[in-house]
Each structure stands twice: as structure tokens, then as C-alpha cells.
Design a protein around this ligand. Structure first.
Ligand code: HEM
Length: 414
């Protein structure tokens, strides 16, 4: 069977405003389509998105097979191994490449398993749980500064809230948080569909500053250990294998970027969802037994991350369509989350929904390693924000990006 051809207008602002009606149309037509302009195969349905997230036939890179500088079959490739060869995407950007070389998101197989195992040891639920009083305090403090006024829920609340929590967890001084915000914004621009030369150069410069800064912080923690995650990353070991400086720095950068942008955008998208659906604290409390349900439903309803790419590692099929090895597919998380085959009345916010198997946290080996932290951060925030009975001041503008879905601002009034 020939794969149908369609186009996802990922740069069109009307589409970015509401991608869900296009998803609905395409998903009902076909589970997969070829997009000539974006040069990608897109996967639309929940079942196939889940399958791709969890199947070994799909990987976040194929360079570990095509370009690996060692024995792929070996089950005990040491963690200190030089890694995969550099792919074209990073050709002109030395620091961006260096900062991504050991990003868990880009690794597969034994390398991923070993690195993830060590990072998870430094990111235990109890170290995250210990942050709840800090989250409560920070949230109240930021909201009390806004009393009796108009404010931007993203810039005045979500961003400083989320950056202070990840900073606290890692052990990054508060005086440096603004720098991180700036670096993080510049670096994540590299993950969208089209990146112009100016944005790419800004990302490269930000990656250099970030890399040097993280190295310096790590050196200081080795000399003077603290109760923080950078110290724990420098100490964890498994069978006498430890993380190298390069691996720790890539992990710090990944945790700050991944841990910040998606959380901020979930707060913005989710809170807009509550306001536009006129959900009050009382109604939400009546409909749902816990804030956990509220968070899961809001993140299903408008996912802050809309797509991830995977390489096909062996010839395979998606619903009888043949997909050759080496193809690149993009899984549409927002489309999977609104698939009526899985979620009844998927466009409705329903905090009583029993099925919580949405794809916003990913799945399989790359399942979000920070989900426990993000869930707690979001629960504390939505509880506090809902109790303030905020009103929307003006209709918010989208940032203009498709992949990382968020608002430019969210002006509200107390
Ligand atoms: C609402 C907030 C968040 C959302 C929606 C989210 C979503 C995701 C998704 C979808 C993936 C899978 C990517 C893939 O399939 O390739 C992922 C991976 C990851 N996330 Fe999150 N995330 C959030 C918050 C966080 C936080 C707070 C942290 C850490 C502080 C974090 C760290 C990571 C890391 C390190 C990975 C890579 C895991 C791996 O490849 O093994 N995320 N996240």
C-alpha cells in the first residue's frame, strides 16, 4: 500500500493556534502520512505512537548502528566510551554537539541504559519529595507579589517558579538562574522544524557558556560536596563505573532544558485550558478527587511537546504500510492524546477520565525521567493558582513554534 501524502503546516500560525482540528482530519484518514515539505513521515494514532515509543525497531538515533565506533553487538560497551560519531546536524556547531553528545535523549542501547541508570540513582523520588516545602513556599511567594494586580502568569510566575525548583534540585545558585533561562531559551530553538542561522549561532554560543559554567560548578562540587544533584551525579557508581565530567555536564544541561521549558508551557497551556473552559476551583474539586488527576488531564489535553522523531532501525510496517530501515518518523503526541479510539470525547477536559494513558510523558526507554518532579511542581501550582480565582486579561498569543507548544504570555488579573 502506498503511504498517503499530506502536509502538516508546521509554520502556519492558524495551524499552531489550533493543530487539533487538522490532527482530527488526518488521523481519521490515515495512521501515517508522507509530508514532502517537512521531509518526514508523521504518525497520527495513539496505538502506533505508543508502539513506536516502546518498540526496539525505532530509535532516537541510527548513528549508534551506522556510525558506532565500536562493536555494536557487545553488551558491555563501557560507559566511558567515546560515543557515537557526530551527525550532520551538528557539523558546524562544536559546543552544541559537545553539550548534546551524552544527552540521554540521543542515546540508545547499552550506553543509554547505563547512563540512565546512574542518573536515576541521583534523581531518587525521596530527593524530589524533599523539595515540596520549597515548591509551596516559592509558589506562595511569587503569587503574593502579584496581589491586586495584572500579571503575566508565564514570566512572573511559571518561569521563575520552575527555574528555581530545578536550580534548587541541582544546586545552582539563585543569582545564576536568569543566565540559565537565557541559555535554555536559546538552545531549545534548535529542536524545532526550521532553525535559521542566527538562532543556530545563538544556540551554539549559549551551549559554550553553559558548558563552561557547568564544568566550573562541577569542579567546585568535587572539592566541596553539598546535598544537591550535581554532587550526587559526581558520586554515583555502578560496578565501579562512574559518570565522566562530560556526561555529567550533558546531563546538567539536559535536566535544566528539559526540566524547565515543558513545565512552564504545561502551566501556561493548562491554566489557559482551565480559564477558557471556565473551570473554577470548586468545580475542579468536585469533578476530581486529586490534583494529580487534574495535572494528567491538562497535560493530555494540550501537550507542551507535540512531536518526537525516531529512526526506523529495521524494515517494518505501521498498520500494513511498509516503512524501510533508515526512514525518519515523527510521532504526533498531541494527535495521539486526542484519539477518540482511546479517549472518549477527547476535546473535552474531563478530570474524571479513567484512562490516563496519554503520551505527553513519552514511553519506553526514554520515558520522562523527571515526571515525578514535574507532577509535584504542577500539582502545587495548579492548587495555588486555582484558589486565586484569576481572570484572563487578554487572549494570549502562541509563541509561533509547533514542537514546543506554549504561549508568548498569559496576562491575568487577580
Ligand atoms: C510537564 C513537564 C514535562 C514533560 C511534558 C516532559 C516530557 C518528556 C517526554 C515526552 C520525554 C520523552 C522524549 C522522547 O520520547 O524522546 C521526556 C524525556 C525526558 N525528560 Fe521530561 N518532561 C517534563 C519535565 C521534565 C523534568 C522536570 C525533567 C527533569 C528535571 C525532565 C527530564 C527529562 C529527561 C532527562 C528526559 C530524557 C530521558 C531519556 O531519554 O532517557 N523532564 N520528557
Amino acid at each position: 500500500m502506498n503511504i498517503p501524502e499530506l502536509h502538516l503546516p508546521t509554520l502556519d500560525q492558524d495551524f499552531i493556534k489550533d493543530p487539533y482540528s487538522t490532527f482530527e482530519e488526518y488521523r481519521s484518514k490515515t495512521p501515517i502520512f508522507w509530508d514532502e515539505i517537512n521531509n518526514l513521515l508523521f504518525v497520527t494514532r495513539h496505538k502506533d505512537v505508543r508502539n513506536i515509543q516502546t518498540s526496539k525497531m525505532f530509535g532516537t538515533t541510527h548513528s549508534h548502528i551506522e556510525n558506532f565506533e565500536g562493536d555494536v553487538e557487545s553488551s558491555n560497551v563501557p560507559l566511558t566510551y567515546v560515543g557515537y560519531k557526530r551527525s550532520e546536524k551538528y557539523e558546524s556547531y562544536d559546543y552544541f554537539w559537545k553539550s548534546e553528545q551524552f544527552s540521554l535523549l540521543n542515546l540508545e542501547g547499552t550506553m543509554h541504559k547505563e547512563l540512565r541508570g546512574l542518573v536515576a540513582k541521583a534523581f531518587l523520588p525521596r530527593s524530589v519529595q524533599k523539595l515540596v516545602p520549597f515548591m509551596e513556599k516559592k509558589s506562595k511567594e511569587l503569587l503574593s507579589n502579584t496581589n491586586g494586580s495584572n500579571f503575566d502568569l508565564l514570566k512572573d510566575y511559571a518561569q521563575p517558579y520552575s527555574i528555581s525548583i530545578i536550580g534548587e534540585l541541582l544546586g545552582v545558585p539563585a543569582s545564576d538562574h536568569a543566565k540559565f533561562l537565557d541559555w535554555s531559551h536559546k538552545i531549545v530553538k534548535m529542536y524545532d522544524f526550521k532553525v535559521d542561522d542566527v538562532d543556530a549561532m545563538n544556540a551554539e554560543n549559549a551551549a559554550k557558556d553553559f558548558f563552561d559554567y557547568a564544568q566550573d560548578l562541577l569542579n567546585r562540587r568535587r572539592i566541596d560536596p553539598q546535598d544537591d544533584m550535581i554532587t550526587r551525579l559526581s558520586q554515583v557508581s555502578e560496578n565501579d563505573v562512574r559518570l565522566t565530567d562530560h556526561q555529567i555536564i550533558c546531563t546538567i544541561i539536559l535536566l535544566l532544558n528539559a526540566g524547565h521549558e515543558a513545565t512552564v508551557n504545561t502551566l501556561g497551556n493548562g491554566f489557559y485550558g482551565l480559564l477558557s473552559n471556565e473551570k473554577t476551583y470548586e468545580e475542579v474539586s468536585e469533578e476530581s478527587s486529586t490534583m494529580t488527576d487534574v495535572v494528567e488531564e491538562l497535560i493530555r489535553w494540550d501537550s507542551p511537546l507535540q512531536f518526537f522523531q525516531r529512526y526506523v532501525l529495521e524494515d517494518t510496517e505501521i498498520e500494513n504500510f511498509k516503512i524501510p530501515k533508515g526512514s525518519k518518523v515523527a510521532i504526533l503526541l498531541g494527535s495521539a492524546n486526542r484519539d477518540p479510539a482511546v479517549f472518549e470525547n477527547p476535546s473535552e477536559l474531563n478530570f474524571n477520565r479513567e484512562n490516563k494513558d496519554h503520551s505527553s510523558w513519552g514511553g519506553g526507554i526514554h520515558f520522562c525521567i523527571g515526571a515525578h518532579l514535574a507532577r509535584l511542581e504542577l500539582e502545587v501550582s495548579f492548587e495555588h493558582l486555582l484558589k486565586k480565582n484569576l481572570l484572563l486579561k487578554t487572549e494570549p498569543e502562541r509563541t509561533g513554534a509547533f514542537g514546543i507548544r506554549g504561549y508568548e504570555n498569559l496576562l491575568v488579573t487577580t
